[in-house]
Write a protein that binds this ligand. Structure first.
Ligand code: SF4
Length: 469
């Protein structure tokens, strides 16, 4: 699936026509939000925890350079081999070289957005290495050659009827839409692959400088098997995932599952602190960590937008976003989607490629309210919009709209007439008819204008206040 954020407008139009998609996304996001709220209501210190997590991320990023050095040193002490990649191409070449050296032909992967950033599956398959996603949602979207449509629920855009059909067509099994049977089908196939794979690849949720270790949070035990069964393990980690130590981990491990799926706790938290030790005889013989920059240090150096690196990829801002709820994740054209995605797209891919992304928001602020690490997403979107306008990359319709408004705003009489006119014109229309507006409003009602007008309302309100004394 080849998507590009530069084509966001056409993806948004297509998604809005897709009624099935809208129903599936709406149902899934509303369920997640309700479950989350139920749990949040049981935690009186939820707000304090959000601020604690915010402070922990801020401090970790302030000392990132020294923490990374400590992490590398302690990983090496633990027998973990550390690789550094400046960008996606370097990361892919390091991974491929490692696989060729170790004669790796089959790979199992657990869910990792950082590897999606690298388009790793396609790259490895083009180089003759069989790569299989083992998270159920990822497995389903891989069968369709799609990318995930949500940060934590990759197949959120599909219903179980869709999944039944996909398994029937792609795997040749009898059609069923029973979730338990579908799970058994996927499980039987994945088990064989876990046993055959020479390498497991995972992402990293949190890494710890002081102990040279990291953890992978999950619900299906597929990451556990990915980490422990193949003889080599490779973890691909964005450098912002590093914490100085595990002191704040308890807070993150509460905030993350509640925000993501409304669970009190994740089912599995896998800690990896090195290869198999002789005395316990379990786990991989070799552990590698690839630390990926790919634009992150540029974001880190940007004091205005650095906060966007605090994200713990819980997906709550997607669930609550009125735009994501209508269009799902593929409409954004990249691996990071929804409110946090549209802050990351122009930062990772550049202003030209990401010029539409920061505008795919109503700036309602719901994402900021829900974010477990208190990222002020609307504030960052405004900054990014300014930069795109300053670079001369804003949409023509917007440029002309603003120019038109500026023209009117400098001519109060004309302004009054133009804003008075729609209200009066509307009085000529039948009562239930929405104001006729083309284009943008094809898919939504503009509503009716209030012909009283702001000035008249203000005068009435003022008179009332004065008469009350
Ligand atoms: S920005 Fe906040 S709410 Fe959105 S995915 Fe990241 S941590 Fe979760």
């Amino acid at each position: 699936m080849n998507l590009s954020p530069g084509n966001t407008k056409s993806y948004l139009h297509a998604a809005l026509q897709n009624e099935r998609l809208r129903v599936a996304v709406d149902k899934a996001t509303q369920t997640a939000l309700k479950k989350r709220q139920d749990k949040v209501d049981q935690i009186p210190v939820w707000e304090e925890m959000r601020w604690q997590a915010h402070a922990a991320k801020r401090d970790a990023l302030e000392h990132l350079a020294e923490n990374l050095e400590t992490f590398e040193k302690n990983c090496q002490t633990n027998g973990i081999i550390v690789h550094w990649a400046r960008d996606g191409e370097e990361a892919r070449q390091i991974i491929l070289r490692l696989m060729l050296e170790k004669n790796v032909k089959q790979v199992v992967k657990s869910k990792s957005l950082t590897t999606e950033e690298l388009h790793l599956n396609h790259f490895l398959q083009d180089n003759g290495i069989e790569t299989l996603e083992t998270d159920l949602g990822e497995y389903i979207v891989q069968l369709l050659d799609q990318i995930p449509s949500h940060l934590t629920a990759p197949a959120l855009h599909l219903t179980r009827v869709d999944v039944g059909k996909i398994f029937h067509e792609k795997l040749g099994v009898p059609y069923t839409e029973d979730p338990h049977e579908l799970l058994q089908i996927a499980r039987a196939r994945l088990r064989q692959k876990f046993l055959a794979a020479e390498m497991g690849i995972s992402g990293v949720n949190f890494a710890f400088a002081d102990s040279g270790s990291f953890c992978v949070v999950e619900n299906e035990a597929n990451a556990f098997l990915t980490v422990s069964l193949p003889r080599i393990h490779l973890a691909v980690m964005g450098l912002e995932k590093l914490l100085p130590d595990q002191s704040g981990l308890g807070t993150f491990l509460k905030l993350l599952p509640i925000s993501a799926t409304g669970q009190k706790a994740s089912s599995y938290v896998n800690f990896i602190g090195g290869p198999r030790r002789q005395r316990c005889g379990e786990g991989p013989e070799e552990v590698h960590v690839l630390i990926l920059d790919n634009g992150r240090s540029r974001i880190l150096a940007d004091s205005q937008l650095r906060e966007t690196l605090f994200c713990i990829r819980c997906g709550a801002c997607l669930n609550v976003c009125p735009i994501y709820q209508q269009v799902g994740g593929h409409a954004y054209g990249w691996v990071y989607m929804g409110p946090i995605g549209i802050t990351l797209i122009p930062q990772y891919l550049g202003s030209l490629e990401g010029r539409y992304a920061p505008f795919v928001s109503s700036l309602c602020g719901a994402c900021h309210e829900i974010c477990p690490v208190h990222i002020n997403i609307p504030h960052h979107l405004l900054k990014l919009r300014h930069r795109i306008v300053d670079a001369g990359l804003s949409m023509k319709v917007e440029k002309w709209g603003i120019r038109g408004w500026a023209f009117l705003a400098k001519r109060p009489r004309l302004y009054r007439f133009v804003t008075w006119f729609p209200g009066k014109f509307q009085q000529l229309l039948p009562k239930e008819t929405a104001f006729p507006a083309p284009g943008y409003f094809k898919k939504r009602a503009l509503g009716r204008f209030d012909h009283t007008g702001f000035r008249n309302r203000y005068r009435t309100w003022r008179k009332k206040i004065i008469s009350k004394g």
